[in-house]
Design a protein around this ligand. Structure first.
Ligand code: HAM
Length: 463
């Protein structure tokens, strides 16, 4: 007998069965709607990029987690990899370098500000754990150039993220936007003699402290001389500021209380005031523990966090990245929000009932045959309605037990049902509104018109 081998999906990846796919499309749909509402245009880039796009600026966190890719059976590449070189390509671990490359390629032609969003798949060779996988979807929202008031652009991208969270049914009691500014971190680090690469190392350690093994921490300490003590003393310095902001004190006051200069606090205060001005104040908290691990951030940094979970989203301002990719000097800011932590959160809070994520997939009509005779006519009626552009499903059996078949229509979340009964011989069918419950008889040649009217009425009623 031939031996059979069982295959499993790679660790940290997911199979999306229809119900999982419906959830994914629902999440993507809310992201897409929020982006469009806030005036962002959708873009996409390749899944593989030249590996040096990432080794250039993203920093060690991302580079150590690259899935490397080589092309086919290219002997030269294979020999180089065997000799210890990196592969020529990598699977995309984040979208920002692709975005920077795309902006640089058409910097002069693109209308400013450039407001883009993307919802691509990403790959990171991380240790899979709750909230972190090796393949995930990440919504990116970025605002590049054309802005002489950076705090306004920062507030605009944060408002877009919050807009989506609100649509999902989350509130400021569930998640908070933790805001900080790299320049405040830099000034504090400088005061204790930490600059340049050592500063980046400090940021990376702060960002990863809870996640790193002792061995990884030791290796980093050896490389740059930054110790756990440096991390703790940095955090200790800001502890009071964090508590004051959490208790609702305005940023200007928080800064003054811990001796930060007005200039240093001005940006983060302005971002928070701008958001406060549009009613988003309760979502915000000043949090100096949020420094972000990625190397390219230059100003405002933020993460969206639900207590006890990994971050739902992270982002910030990266004013020098476009230039470092060979483009003009262009300020930029944005964030990435993954589907994994968000999905866990929505699930745990009961915000993912089937009726919600199935809503965009609801069939317009479910056609039922109540006898074998009418079953023979079902395919033609279904085909006619599909040709008219409707989402049509139907029962695959005929029975006089119409209630049972209506049950199938209900399980499919159909909006209406057409029942093919005895009156079909006289050119008439029963049309049932599955939301309102009413049923009426309709002549076959008026079916599309009456059905459209009913669907329009349902839409107006918001069902
Ligand atoms: P990031 O903090 O590396 O930032 O990722 C942003 C979000 O992507 C995280 O908060 C999380 O929701 C999700 N994410 C990251 N890694 C994983 C993973 N292994 N599994 C599941 N979800 C994950 C960036 O990627 C920046 N490029 C974001 C950005 C855009 N900054 C400016 N523009």
């Amino acid at each position: 007998m031939a031996s059979s081998k069982k295959f499993q999906a790679p660790r940290g990846t997911r199979d999306f069965y229809p119900a999982d796919m419906a959830v994914r499309r629902y999440i993507e749909g809310v992201w897409r709607t929020a982006s469009i509402n806030h005036g962002f245009d959708e873009v996409e880039g390749p899944t593989i990029e030249h590996i040096d796009l990432y080794t250039h600026k993203s920093g060690p966190g991302i580079v150590n987690e690259l899935f490397q890719v080589y092309s086919g059976k290219d002997e030269q590449q294979i020999a180089a990899i065997r000799a210890g070189d990196d592969a020529p390509y990598a699977l995309r671990p984040e979208f920002t370098p692709t975005l920077a490359r795309m902006v640089v390629a058409k910097a002069a032609q693109l209308p400013k500000p450039i407001k883009w969003f993307a919802i691509p798949g990403h790959y990171r060779a991380e240790r899979p754990q709750r909230g972190r996988l090796r393949e995930f979807i990440q919504w990116n929202v970025d605002y590049v150039g054309g802005e002489d008031d950076p705090a306004r652009a920062d507030a605009e991208v944060i408002a877009c993220a919050v807009g989506a969270l609100e649509k999902f049914g989350l509130g400021p009691g569930d998640v908070k936007v933790h805001v900080f500014d790299r320049r405040i971190a830099e000034s504090r680090a400088k005061a204790s003699g930490v600059e340049g690469d050592r500063f980046l190392s400090l940021l990376w350690l702060i960002d990863n402290m809870g996640k790193l093994s002792d061995e990884q921490i030791r290796a980093e300490v050896e490389k740059h001389g930054i110790t756990q003590k440096d991390v703790l003393s940095f955090q200790e310095h800001f502890r009071r500021a964090k508590a004051l902001s959490a208790s609702g004190q305005p940023m200007e006051q928080v800064g003054a209380e811990i001796g930060l200069s007005k200039e240093l606090v001005a940006n983060v205060a302005q971002v928070m005031n701008n958001l406060g001005g549009i009613g988003l104040g309760p979502w915000l908290t000043f949090d100096p523990d949020i420094v972000r691990g990625l190397a390219y951030y230059t100003g405002t940094v933020f993460e969206i966090i639900a207590e006890g979970e990994r971050a739902v989203a992270g982002g910030g301002r990266y004013d020098r990245l476009i230039e470092s990719f060979g483009g003009p000097s262009m300020p930029a800011c944005g964030f990435g929000m993954g589907d994994v932590v968000l999905g866990l959160l929505l699930h745990d809070k009961g915000l993912l009932p089937e009726e919600v994520y199935m809503q965009p997939l609801r069939p317009h009509v479910f056609v039922i045959a109540a006898s074998d005779d009418t079953a023979a006519k079902l395919p033609a009626i279904v085909a006619r309605l599909r040709k008219a552009g409707l989402h049509v499903r139907h029962s695959y059996r005929s029975t006089r037990n119409v209630g049972k078949l209506l049950g199938e229509a209900g399980k499919a979340f159909a909006r209406t049902a057409i029942i093919l009964g005895e009156e079909l011989a006289a050119g008439r069918v029963a049309l049932k509104d599955l939301d309102g419950g009413e049923q009426r008889e309709v002549a076959l040649d008026e079916l599309e018109t009456v059905l459209r009217q009913l669907l329009d009425a349902q839409e107006r009623a918001g069902v």
